[in-house]
Each structure stands twice: as C-alpha cells, then as structure tokens.
Design a protein around this ligand. Structure first.
Ligand SMILES: *Cc1c(COP(=O)(O)O)cnc(C)c1O
Length: 442
C-alpha cells in the first residue's frame, strides 16, 4: 500500500478530495475518440485498484469516509441540500464504483451528460415515470409500448390519478398537435399537467417508427420544454438510433437486450441531461433499484463488444431477410431494411443509422403454420427477448402479446401469421439453411 499516513495536522473539517480516476482521454491530437475506443478504459484508473487492468467487482454495502466532515458533505450531496450530487461514495443503494464506470460509459453512446443504471429495464422505466408524475397528471405515449410499460401506465399509475393519451407510432405533426392539445385539456380538467411524452421506437413487434423530431416540435409548440420527451431505445440503441440528437430529452434502455447482448443478465438504464436525471436519481436513492456490482461488471465487458456484435447481427439480419422476402411461404416482412411506406421510410432516413436485427415475418396461414415453423427450427431457439448473440424466434400473438385485446392486436398489425425473429451473430448461411428447412415443414 502506498497511501501516505493520515496527516495529523490537517484541519478536521476540511473534506478530503475524492481519489477520482484521471481525467479520461476523450480526444487524441484534438480528434474526438469514438465510443468503441472509449469502452476499454473510460472512467476507470488502474492505479486506484493495485494496477488491475480491469475494474475489480466492488462487493461492499457501505464506504468508509476519510473524515466526519467528508461524511457530512457527501450526505449534503445525497439529500440535495447541496446541488451537484455526492462527491464520494456513501452506501451501495445510492451508487458504487462499478455502476459509476458503467454510467459514464453508457452516457458516451447516446451523447448524454449523465446516465443512471437499474436492476432491470422495467425498474428504469417505472422509477423514471414515478419521478415525473403527480396526481391528476397526464402521460402522452406512442403505441404500441412494451406490454409491461403500457400496463404500468394504464393500471399502476392510474391508481394514483394519472391518466394517459396515446397515439399511433407513425403520427404526423398535425396529428401530434391534436393529441397534445387533447392531453393538455385532459390535464387541466384533472388539475394536473402533461408530465411526460413517452415514446418507444421502433414499436414491438411491427417495427413502426415514431417521428421524434415531429414530437419535439409539437411538444415545444404546445406544452413547452419543461415537459420531458423520453424514449425507449432498446430495439435500435445504442448503435442504430441516437434519439437525443433528434429532440428526445431522456433515453431509456433494457440493457438486457443488445447492450448486455448475451442473454445472461437483466438490467436497465436511462440517460440525458443532468437536470433531467436528478429527480430520478433522488427517487432511486430512496427506493433502491440500482444495478448490482456483478451485473454492472458484466455490462462493462459487454460494452467492449457491443458495436462488433450489433454490426454482425445487422449484417446477418439483412442476409436472412433477403432470403425470407423471396420465399413463397412468406407474405411480408416487418423489417426496417425493407420499408414499404413512404412516411415510415422518411422517418427511418432521418432517425436511423441501421435497420437492426429484430424483425417480424408474416407466413402464409396462421397460428398452426407459425407453430410448425417455430417447432422445426434447429439453430434458432424458441424464446422471447432479443438482442443476444443467439438467434431467437417467437409468436407474439400467443406469447408476448397474448393479453392484448383482439381489436388492439388487429389495429397494431399483430396477426396470428406473425413470427418475431431476433437474429444473432451465428453464420448467416447456417441461419438461412435453418429457416429454409423450417419453412419446408410449413
Ligand atoms: C425487454 C424490454 C423492456 C423491459 O426490460 P427488462 O430488462 O426485461 O425489464 C422494456 N422495453 C423494451 C422495448 C424491451 O424490449
């Protein structure tokens, strides 16, 4: 240990500066470094951990203060008595080294000032919403949302007098204006405000895109900028869509999917400007729900390869979709690389950097044909979830969307003939051979 002994002469109420990692290199010769480079070291200084190249996993529930004055100062930061948050670590419900490094690295991908991590995507989304809504408020959201998110708004927040107004993913500026006006009237009638515009794009499982720029313009005109726009970017982020660049204020993730990427953990995050994160951090401090150190460490490993994995999965999906599109037993695709609608293509061109690797296939027939296809897959696994290294296939109408009423399923285009596929990083020709033989059984 090289630490110098405690200086007996230092004033007892002078807080000790926290041993922070060296200012990380974000530029080289004036040139900004790319996220994939920064994933190897950003936010971690080996010198603070015996030279260990990789961050150790910090399994501790609490952190020792250098002095009582430091403890007081940290608590002033935690409780909001002093703005700017805690300057040091206090207690593991609030934060820890692995989670801090992860939050620093996640912010980089979305170009965000700050990020917060959670024990699941749903914990992130629920704490985000709870931090912003009050009694009588209205949430405006795009449809469809991830079923648990939709349920949290419609059933749980409803218990506290929060109502919602929803709109279809492809809504135009005029339609959005009308929706926000209606939400504003609804809020004033119930004595509240429009607390949040919450988006999910692309929608699951149909891949319908939301025009985030149009939502931003409508929000600015009708609600003003104090109402945040949050967006679930799980399906295309962090590589293929950067919603903060298009007018969203807060981006939310299930890190369980592409970011974790190996179907071996559950976690979530949000990111955005610090002033949007602060109320959520305060509620997370109260409730808990931060990701655990081990899972945070796994996510740091995952982030080193997220670009590689997503690129390969995206290339595989393009090849698989080219094969499926021309197959006689396939009647259509819900794939962002093969959009049939002019408005949706326009949103894609403005917002997306890649078509992703999760898509839907419509087979000739219905549930029986889809089940025969799924039951005969040899390489692809029959499972829900997405974004892992392995290819997964499922039948939304009878699985993830089973509880959605039939009329809403019909309106969203979730038919019995739809199979959802998340393509992994296997060999593309092997995957095509698997889909070909499974289709032969249909
Ligand atoms: C999986 C998922 C969630 C929920 O995330 P968990 O990590 O399972 O809690 C939220 N939104 C989308 C779009 C998802 O795919």
């Amino acid at each position: 240990m090289t630490d110098s002994p405690v200086d007996q002469n230092s004033a007892p109420d002078t807080p000790t500066p926290r041993r922070k990692p060296k200012p990380e290199r974000a530029r080289l010769n004036g040139r900004p470094l790319k996220p994939s480079t920064m994933m190897m070291g950003h936010g971690y200084d080996p010198e603070l951990s015996e030279g260990s190249l990789k961050a150790p996993i910090f399994l501790t529930s609490t952190f020792a203060f250098p002095s009582a004055a430091d403890g007081k100062r940290h608590f002033e930061g935690i409780t909001g008595k002093r703005p700017g948050g805690a300057e040091g670590l206090v207690y593991s419900r609030f934060n820890g080294p692995n989670q801090e490094i992860l939050e620093d690295r996640l912010s980089i991908w979305d170009g965000a000032e700050d990020a917060l991590t959670f024990s699941s995507g749903m914990t992130a989304i629920c704490i985000l919403m709870l931090a912003y809504v009050g009694q009588g408020d209205v949430i405006v959201h795009s449809g469809p949302l991830y079923a648990a998110t939709e349920g949290f708004v419609a059933k749980v927040l409803a218990k506290f007098g929060v109502t919602y107004v929803d709109f279809p993913a492809g809504a135009t500026r005029d339609e959005l204006d009308a929706v926000l006006m209606r939400a504003k009237r609804q809020a004033s009638e119930s004595g509240g405000k429009v607390a949040m515009v919450y988006l999910e794009s692309p929608g699951n499982p149909t891949n319908a895109l939301v025009d985030v720029e149009a939502v931003r313009d409508a929000r600015d005109a009708i609600l003003g900028t104090s109402c945040p726009i949050a967006i679930d970017n799980t399906f295309l982020g962090p590589l293929w869509q950067r919603p903060l660049d298009h007018g969203a204020d807060i981006v939310a993730y299930s890190l369980t999917k592409y970011v974790g990427g190996h179907s071996d953990l559950v976690a979530g995050s949000i990111a955005g400007a610090k002033h949007w994160m602060d109320p959520v951090r305060a509620l997370r401090n109260t409730m808990g729900g931060i990701v655990d150190p081990n899972t945070a460490w796994m996510l740091l490993r995952s982030l080193e390869t997220v670009e590689l994995r997503m690129q390969r999965a995206g290339e595989n999906a393009a090849k698989v979709c080219a094969f499926l599109k021309s197959h006689p037993k396939v009647t259509g695709l819900g794939y962002l690389g093969d959009i049939q609608d002019v408005r949706q293509q326009d949103i894609y061109d403005r917002h997306c950097l890649g078509a992703g690797s999760t898509f839907s296939v419509f087979l000739k027939g219905g549930e029986a044909e889809c089940f025969r296809f799924l039951d005969n897959l040899q390489i692809a696994k029959l499972a829900v979830s997405l974004g892992g290294t392995e290819t997964l296939a499922s039948h939304p109408a009878s699985m993830t969307h089973l509880s959605v009423p039939d009329e809403r399923k019909a309106a969203l285009g979730i038919t019995d003939a739809l199979v959802r596929i998340s393509v992994g990083i296997e060999d593309a020709d092997d995957l095509i051979a698997d889909f070909a033989q499974a289709l032969d059984h249909v």
